[in-house]
Design a protein around this ligand. Structure first.
Ligand SMILES: Cc1cc2nc3c(=O)[nH]c(=O)nc-3n(C[C@H](O)[C@H](O)[C@H](O)COP(=O)(O)O)c2cc1C
Length: 203
C-alpha cells in the first residue's frame, strides 16, 4: 500500500475551529496508508512550511471572521507567496473547512477564498461531496452537512459556548472531508505512478 501525506493547515482563535481540524485529521487517518500532520499556521515554523511542502494534500481551515478567513490565516496565505513563486504546491490536492458563530455567517465566502488560494497555487480542489442535510421536514440538524455546503465543510459553534460544545454533525462532516481527501490522494498517487512510468498504451 503506497503511503500518502495529508497536512491540515488551520488556525483557531479561541479553540472552536481546532475541534473540526482534529476531526478532519481523524477522517484522513482512517484511510490506510495515510500520514496526517496538523499545522497551526498562526505559529507556523520552518518545519511547518516543510511539512506543507512535502504533503500530497493540504486541507485549509480557518474560523470565519468578518465574513472571511481570520487575520492569522490571511497572514499565512500572504506568506505562502514564497511557495507560490516556487510553484511548490502545484498539483497537490486541496480542500477547506470553516466554522463560525452563525448558521450562515457568510462562511461560503471563506470557502470560496480558500478555493481561490488553492487555485493560485495550482492545486486540485476537492469538494465536500455530500448532499445537503436538514433540508426536508423529515431531516434533522444531526444530519451530515446540516448547513448545506458543497465547496467544503462548514461548521457552526455557539458564541457563548466553548470548543467542547462542537456540534456532532459538524464534527462528522469534517471527518468525512478528511476521509474524502485522503481517498482522493491515494487515487491521484496511483495515477501518478502510472503517468510517471511513461505513456499509457491504449488499444
Ligand atoms: C473578530 C471576529 C469576527 C467574527 N466574524 C464572524 C462572522 O463574520 N460570521 C460569523 O458567523 N461569526 C463570526 N464570528 C464568530 C466566530 O466565527 C466563532 O466564534 C468561531 O467559533 C470562532 O472560532 P475559533 O474559536 O476557532 O476562533 C467572529 C468572531 C470574531 C472574534
Amino acid at each position: 500500500m503506497p503511503q500518502i501525506s495529508v497536512a491540515i493547515a488551520y488556525t483557531s482563535g479561541y479553540g472552536h475551529t481546532r475541534e473540526f481540524a482534529t476531526s478532519v485529521a481523524g477522517g484522513a487517518r482512517s484511510v490506510a496508508g495515510t500520514s496526517v500532520d496538523l499545522v497551526d499556521v498562526a505559529t507556523i515554523t520552518d518545519a511547518g512550511w516543510s511539512t506543507l511542502g512535502s504533503a500530497d494534500a493540504i486541507i485549509f481551515g480557518t474560523p470565519t471572521y468578518m465574513g472571511s478567513a481570520s487575520g492569522a490565516f490571511h497572514a499565512f496565505a500572504e506568506a505562502s507567496s514564497k511557495p507560490w513563486m516556487q510553484r511548490s504546491w502545484q498539483d497537490k490536492l486541496a480542500a477547506g473547512f470553516t466554522n463560525s458563530g452563525s448558521m450562515s455567517g457568510d462562511k461560503l465566502h471563506t470557502l470560496q477564498y480558500l478555493a481561490l488560494l488553492a487555485a493560485q497555487h495550482g492545486m486540485h480542489w476537492i469538494s465536500l461531496g455530500l448532499l445537503p442535510g436538514w433540508n426536508t421536514t423529515t431531516a434533522s440538524e444531526h444530519d451530515d452537512n446540516r448547513l448545506g455546503f458543497y465547496l467544503g465543510a462548514g461548521a457552526q459553534s455557539w458564541n457563548d459556548q466553548g470548543p467542547d460544545a462542537a456540534h456532532k454533525a459538524d464534527l462528522s462532516t469534517a471527518r468525512h472531508l478528511g476521509r474524502r481527501v485522503a481517498t482522493a490522494g491515494h487515487i491521484f498517487a496511483a495515477g501518478n505512478s502510472i503517468t510517471t512510468a511513461g505513456p499509457v498504451a491504449i488499444d
